[in-house]
Design a protein around this ligand. Structure first.
Ligand SMILES: [Fe+2]
Length: 272
């Protein structure tokens, strides 16, 4: 039986604080052309207002001359960016790392700062990397690429926001994401973890969208339903622990279990 998730468009590119605000500077896109090649660029997201100023993904190198202007629209210069999180190493996400040489860099599972100083971290072992306890952390979300990560912002006006790179291409991408995935089984698990914890998802190539809990269904009324297919790349075991529906029954416990143990993480793991 398909598991179902309820999503609705956010209809805004700004998510206010109270502390960190989230601004989507560029909505990513992915447009096939009749001749065969696709035209694409990744979403670029600015997180600011607190002690850290974080850019999640940088677009492709073709955006180099325009990215400073996009930042300036929100009063931010490139040298004010303290952290750059590149969700994965594809060119439409890492194309402008060079604009931020002073920033701490998290590129997939690689953490570096200064002139080539690489720092140990637990992302490859599934341990989130805390940027600001209680507010911002980077979580491993493998699948689209092996070392894919997502930025998790908690306590925004919309609740928990996951800037998810290409874990999600866009809202309603169920028929598309597998073709772009290095490890579909891993990615499906990552998608379910993100759906279980997020109130809002910023996908890599589309508009941000809300993920509604079951209790929201009646109140909001207008949700469309998305299906997460049961199709199994592996043994079938994954479906038993995948969970995915939010709220109701045992899903709350499942959602809690899938939050990468954030409560334990805060204040006890590496941070910058
Ligand atoms: Fe990608």
């Amino acid at each position: 039986m398909p598991r179902r998730f309820l999503t609705t468009p956010l209809d805004s590119l700004t998510i206010p604080g109270p502390l960190y605000s989230i601004q989507i500077l560029q909505v990513g896109y992915h447009t096939p052309t009749p001749a065969g090649p696709a035209r694409a660029d990744g979403s670029i997201t600015l997180i600011s207002g607190g002690p850290l100023t974080v850019l999640v993904d940088t677009g492709g190198p073709w955006l180099r001359d325009r990215l400073p202007g996009l930042l300036q629209t929100h009063g931010v210069t490139p040298d004010a960016i303290t952290h750059v999180v590149a969700t994965h190493g594809h060119s439409d996400h890492v194309g402008n790392l060079n604009l931020f040489p002073q920033a701490t860099m998290l590129v997939g599972f690689d953490l570096s700062r200064g002139e080539g100083i690489y720092l140990p971290n637990g992302l490859a072992q599934g341990v989130p990397f805390v940027l600001h306890p209680g507010h911002l952390e980077v979580a491993p979300t493998p699948g689209h690429t092996r070392a894919h990560v997502s930025l998790v912002a908690t306590g925004t006006s919309e609740g928990t926001v996951v800037v998810a790179g290409d874990v999600f291409e866009r809202r309603g991408d169920e028929r598309e994401w597998r073709a772009l995935s290095e490890e579909p089984g891993e990615q499906r698990r990552s998608r379910r973890r993100v759906l279980a914890m997020a109130d809002v998802i910023v996908p890599g190539h589309g508009e941000p969208f809300r993920v509604a809990s079951d209790s929201d269904r009646g109140r909001r009324g207008q949700e469309e339903e998305e299906e997460e297919e049961e199709e199994e790349e592996g043994s079938g075991r994954e479906e038993e622990d995948g969970g995915g529906e939010r709220g109701g029954g045992g899903a709350g416990d499942m959602a809690t279990a899938l939050k990468w143990d954030m409560g334990t993480a805060l204040g006890t793991r590496g941070q910058l």
